[in-house]
Design a protein around this ligand. Sequence first.
Ligand SMILES: [Zn+2]
Length: 478
Amino acid sequence: MRNFKGYGNRLYKVKCAVLAASVALTSFSMTGCFETRPPRVSHSYAEEDVKPGSPTEASPTPTATPTPDPKFEAIKLATQAGLTEKDLKGQYALFERYYDVVSTNPNLNGYREFIYHLFPIIADHLKSENEEYFFDKVRSLKIIENHTDGIDGQYIQSENRVEVEPGLTEKLGEGAYSAVLYHELMHFIDLNIAGNEFSRYLALLDDGTIHKYCDLSYPERGHIKSYLYTYLTEGGAEMYTSEYFTHAPNSYLIRVRFMVALKYIFGAEKIDDMFFAGDTDYQFYELLKANEFTDEEIAKLFKGMKNSADALKEPKTLIDPREALIRLYIKNVGEEYEKDKTFCRILGTMNFDADLNKIPSDYSKFYQKQSAIPQEVTVQIWGYVTNYVGNYDVQWGFVGTPGPLYLDGQLKIVIMAAPMEGPMLDYKSFIADYDFEKDELKDCTLYDNWMPKPLDGSTSGTGTTTSTSGSDETTETT
Ligand SMILES: [Zn+2]
């Protein structure tokens, strides 16, 4: 098919570039922290840090001054920020505080609208005990353009700074550019929303046991063999970027699908709580322990999740993430995973990295034969894309392959598509209602409305106009 063959250089480059962002994040961690010691998340509360509009509130006065309606005020501010009442999720007072912090941060010029648009995630996941810490981080967050060494963006935790490659809008188009920015901001949220958390990093000791780094003191720290981390940071950042904004991932596809499979097995709430916690990897470790994985197996799985060329030199020292999913399914859902067509289909969408197949597993014969979204369904989705594109001369391509994603609690099949030439690539997401039992595509809609409208003083989008203006969340393509 043209669409597959035409997985053009530019699209591939985007994916690589975005992919490279993770490498940078990782290598930052490695150099900044892991080689010497895990990161110290340091922060300080400014003494004068009393926020206007926060708990100083309404000291009750005998005179009947009408108290402003927080809902009315919040909606007014939300409108100025480009949000809807629905985005506030009923948390009016919290939004007023958030608005105040974001609007007075001097280092967000040109990006402020993106930060306002993070509010629904914050409303969903910020616990009140972490509010002060997190808002402090929002207050000091910086976003700059900087040459990021061949990658598109990164979040540097120690500097509390997001960096994006200069001219990224022109290079990628606004759809992909904002997807990159949201992905990096999701790292910002992930690393700060749970407060000042020191228990983020896991250490593997010489004796094969795994511990939270913060629980270790000397002499144990002298016996650290390596640090362990999982898919969940990058897979989660991309999955939640997709859930809240783009509605389809454009990087880390296997990791996103792993996260979707976890949601399928354990339910969204448990996985949401795990990702937005401060000790995500440890919680995942505990989950595995509770499901009869040994420390040795967990270390092998975490190494398998790195999926690096180095690790694949010794495939016997790894466990394939797909094996982990099957074992977790058996323990939590039941023995008959082979008959669960939805689960098998999710596994099938993780099958495009042939290197992973080198990892030995009792289950490998099974998961390797699972197929991705059937070709005829992909062709049908392509029909919606071409229908949308009309008679343009420019050829379009898919970014990766169609895969599963939960949107509003429903499991959909999603994919991004983009023109493969032209001064600006214009990414669109396509969301399919899919009957996993019958392998039938029921409907497919276009979504391209994730780019926030620029606010005053914003530089993003200069010289171009966004192609989207509709307020509808999804536009039918047929
Ligand atoms: Zn990332």
